[in-house]
Design a protein around this ligand. Sequence first.
Ligand SMILES: [Zn+2]
Length: 327
Amino acid sequence: METENCKVLGIDVGGTKIAVCITDRAGNVLASGRIAMGPYQTVLPEIVALSDKLLADLGCTRNDLRGCGICAPGPLDMAGGRIMKSPNMTWDAVPIRDDLQQALNLPVALENDANAGVLAEWFFGCAQGKQDVIYLTMSTGVGGGIVSGGRLVTGRTGIAGELGHIILDLNGPQCGCGQLGCLEAYCGGRNVALRLQEALRQRPEHAIYRLPGVDGKPENLTFQAVRDGAKAGIPLALQMWDEICLRLAQGLGIYMNTFNPEQIVLGTAAYYAGDFLLQPVLRYLPRFAWADFRDCCEVRITGLGLKIGELAGASVALNGLRESGRI
Ligand SMILES: [Zn+2]
């Protein structure tokens, strides 16, 4: 793949803002800007205008771009290239991929956040040069992206890799997706926060309320409060943290048995927790995966850290170009 002059446009669509950046093949961000989220009809031309401005700042034109990638929260309609409505997304079934393709006259690819996460690690981060990698986003929910045999696994309808919704216990807690006992219901930020809030509803005197950052407020009883409470040795938090680590290990064991990856990369919450999460997970892992799987698989924290968001769109662009044989 040529490395000189390969510039791509990355667009990261979030609930409140849209980040636009131009990067090179090595993942250097050459120019970037942001737009506030608003109605699609006004935001679409703003994205195009900002892209042109960023190009002009670099002394470039659209002809210098090889492609464009959009990273957006799911659910997405992959066949139609559309971002669908969700609790965090006010847009409703907007055909952004084809609209941008037409407006920019460039190849445009679209992927969800988690697929973009594995692509960013693969093109720019700790998974460079690897063929079999799994990435797990761990924030409000738990999402997954899978590269197997050197290709992003998309499945029949483009929605493969929902690693947060494998069911770990038929009688487990309610997940936001409607199923019971999903990995996300045990390890996702929203679900962990709800469980903590439920446990402490009638207990305003509990030590967790006195943690810095919680400050006595029920709305501050988050995943982070569980982590900090466990670090402080508070029994309830320790018990919850232990369950998070055990269930995460159970999930990783299933991924290892299914995909035999050489690397599993954990994002966001794992990035903030570091070894405090990783070490107990590794200790539990032998209960869920044979040594044959564990020995050839490195489980690690994201190599890109918080930069992953910035590079997500660009990596989607590069993967689109790669899949279509353009690079
Ligand atoms: Zn679920």
